[in-house]
Design a protein around this ligand. Structure first.
Ligand SMILES: Cc1cc2nc3c(=O)[nH]c(=O)nc-3n(C[C@H](O)[C@H](O)[C@H](O)COP(=O)(O)O)c2cc1C
Length: 364
């Protein structure tokens, strides 16, 4: 098997290869929440070779926004904007997957529209100047679950091939699953199984939208982060329970969020690769997408050996839109962006210039 080969989902949808663009926020939507021309061009350039593109995450509730200039999916008026995005990707032969989320307590304080930071409980994140979130009321929890249904319907109407539910990277779904951020004593909190309830309800809601729209070939993925550093925090043991439950749902793929594809556990004294641990739980029930620091053909081969069914590339595709050809010919890419010769949207380029070191990318 090779990531360069075709892939067919259980629902029959075929990808021209097993390489996806990882979801990456662009900070470059228009002020009104529509997708900008710069973004369309950025996605077009990166859709020419990849099997599928997972878009920047979109929000659908005002208090779910995470960053400046995110594009929005919370209203039918935004379907034309989403349609342009889906088209820019699909026209180039890649499948278009819209990532959907609610930022919860990780919403950036001071965002124009969002003055209301909410989460499972009123526990701030462990970072400097983190705001104390407001605990969501039960009726609001149901509203959010419904908003995942509605954004999925909009994604289908806009022509997307699928959605990816963003359950990773410390945002609201993870906040409900985490014993750090979820201290609720009602039915939405407590032991691991109770903390699972909200993410699983969101999954059910998205699947219901697909069924109601009679869109059998619509792809639904779920992204999760396997562990948290905080104490208390999500352990690999918790995640194995999450994954086992997700495998029982009609999902098309799971997507593990890692900084490096062969990363080992960060909490426990264990030298097993996290991706392998998760594959043992999945037992072939659902394809698993890996991710993290793929910059060479050797990285791809090593990720194949771990057993991932699909692989996502993030920063590699920011640097080199045609990374597949480059890896085939030159075996690796240089981690450098020429700021005068790039199709990155301005605000994203600005962020990378500002954070070159953490992003591991040089600018020339
Ligand atoms: C600029 C930037 C924006 C990101 N935005 C998102 C996002 O919107 N949703 C998400 O799930 N992950 C996001 N990520 C994480 C990536 O999807 C990916 O997991 C991470 O960059 C590791 O893969 P890489 O080493 O190939 O870049 C972002 C990463 C970067 C660099």
């Amino acid at each position: 098997m090779s990531f360069f080969d075709k892939f067919t989902f259980q629902n029959g949808v075929e990808l021209r290869n097993k390489i996806a663009m990882a979801p990456m926020t662009t900070y470059s939507g228009n002020e009104d929440g529509t997708v900008s021309e710069q973004e369309l061009n950025y996605y077009r350039e990166r859709s020419k070779e990849t099997g599928m593109i997972i878009t920047a995450t979109t929000y659908m509730q005002e208090n779910g926004q995470g960053f400046d200039n995110q594009f929005y999916g919370g209203d039918d008026d935004y379907i034309p904007s989403l349609k342009k995005l889906a088209k820019s990707i699909k026209e180039q032969g890649a499948k278009a997957i819209l990532q959907i989320f609610h930022a919860g307590r990780m919403s950036k304080p001071g965002l124009k529209k969002n003055q209301d930071i909410v989460s499972a409980s009123n526990i701030p994140a462990e970072r400097e100047n983190a705001p104390i979130p407001r605990e969501l009321k039960e009726e609001e929890i149901y509203e959010i679950i419904q908003s995942f249904y509605e954004v999925t319907v909009r994604a289908i109407k806009a022509g997307f091939d699928g959605v990816e539910i963003h359950g990773a990277n410390t945002y609201l779904l993870q906040q409900f699953f985490s014993p750090h951020s979820n201290r609720r004593i009602d039915k939405w909190g407590g032991n691991t199984y109770k903390r699972l309830k909200f993410p699983l309800k969101v999954v059910d809601s998205v699947i219901k939208a697909k069924k109601d729209m009679k869109k059998d070939d619509f792809i639904i993925g779920y992204r999760f982060s396997p562990e948290e550093r905080e104490n208390p925090g999500i352990t690999l043991g918790d995640t194995k329970i999450l994954v086992d439950n997700l495998c029982e749902k009609e999902l098309d793929y799971l997507h593990i969020s890692l900084g490096k594809y062969d990363q080992k556990t960060i909490r426990e004294e264990d030298d097993e690769i996290t991706g392998k641990e998760i594959l043992k739980v999945i037992k072939g029930r659902i394809p698993l997408m890996g991710v993290g620091s793929i910059f060479s053909e050797e990285d791809l081969e090593k990720a194949e050996e771990i057993g991932y069914d699909l692989i996502a590339i993030g920063r590699g595709l920011l640097i080199e839109p045609k990374i597949i050809t480059t890896l085939k010919n030159e075996k690796e890419i240089e981690k450098v962006i020429d700021k005068n010769n790039t199709t990155l949207p301005d605000n994203l380029l600005e962020k990378i210039i500002k954070h070159q070191k953490p992003y591991g990318i040089k600018i020339k």
